[in-house]
Design a protein around this ligand. Structure first.
Ligand SMILES: [Zn+2]
Ligand SMILES: [Zn+2]
Length: 283
């Protein structure tokens, strides 16, 4: 069952459980983040961003493409992914196309850390390196906004107009960081890419929450343990921190209490765990 997480006027739809499945539908970005299962409500999206090729993030792709075909979608899905997996991803899709006896076509878009591209006129995305044992990327979505240069602010409109007509650059371009997605990764990603903590919404994994999982083993697996997230808490200035990819060693009902008890109060108030409705991992 898909959960709905309301963040002001916007909502995120999805489900996520470490090692089992993760896929999030972000309607205002017209995208899916990962495809660990095939969410039927999102079959029309334009973009799919793959964090890495572990199957709890990728395994739903063939059935998702099958459903798109069934729905008659003519748009080729753009699949952004770490460039290291392009060849194998293509081979896997070719093999599924053969057994399915129907071409499962996507527009493969290899990405490297630092790569930046436009998704539409007002929206860009930049890939950044996450810290996991296999090739992995996070994604930062942002708008570029033109701001009048400081020396022109408050000036008469006639002066601004003549500066523009004289061919002067009258704007500074600044980025409004909308959403960052970081999974699967160790928590140090916040230190290496502090800009993600400035995004309006930060979606991060937090697989492990207490001593039931030794910190060392979480680090070895390339996952966030809350003990290791806490030292970076002040780097998270986001209006909303969405935590997900919890391990099933925790019951969904105890997770909000654990987070409230352990996170600094200012951050706890902005934190939204992505949990199944009904309080059980399995319906
Ligand atoms: Zn995972
Ligand atoms: Zn993984």
């Amino acid at each position: 069952m898909i959960s709905e997480l309301k963040l002001g006027k916007r909502a995120i739809y999805g489900r996520s459980l470490a090692g089992i499945f993760t896929s999030l539908h972000i309607p205002w970005l017209d995208c899916l983040l990962d495809i660990g299962f095939a969410p039927r409500r999102a079959t029309g999206v334009a973009h799919l961003f793959l964090s890495h090729a572990h199957l709890d993030h990728l395994g739903g792709l063939p059935s998702f493409l099958g459903m798109r075909g069934l729905g008659g979608s003519r748009r080729l899905l753009k699949l952004y992914h770490p460039e290291e997996v392009t060849v194998d991803l293509k081979a896997a899709l070719d093999a599924f196309s053969k057994v399915h006896r129907w071409p499962l076509e996507v527009d493969l878009q290899p990405m490297a850390p630092g790569d930046e591209l436009s998704l539409r006129r007002d929206l860009k995305v930049r890939a950044f390196r996450t810290l996991h044992p296999v090739p992995s990327l996070g994604y930062l979505f942002f708008n570029e906004v033109n701001k009048l240069k400081p020396e022109l602010q408050g000036q008469p409109s006639e002066k601004i107009r003549s500066a523009r007509l004289a061919g002067h650059d009258i704007f500074d371009v600044s980025a409004r960081l909308e959403l960052a997605y970081a999974t699967d990764t160790r928590a140090e990603v916040l230190e290496r890419h502090p800009e993600i903590g400035q995004a309006k919404t930060l979606i991060m994994e937090c697989s492990f929450l207490d001593e039931r999982k030794p910190v060392k083993s979480a680090l070895d697996g390339g996952h966030v343990h809350l003990d290791r997230l806490l030292p970076y808490a002040e780097l998270i200035q986001s209006e909303a921190l969405v935590l997900m990819h919890f391990s099933q060693i925790y019951r969904p009902t105890e997770i909000p209490k654990l987070l409230q008890a352990r996170l600094p109060p200012g951050l706890a108030a902005r934190t939204h765990p992505l949990l199944p409705e009904g309080g059980r991992w399995w319906a």
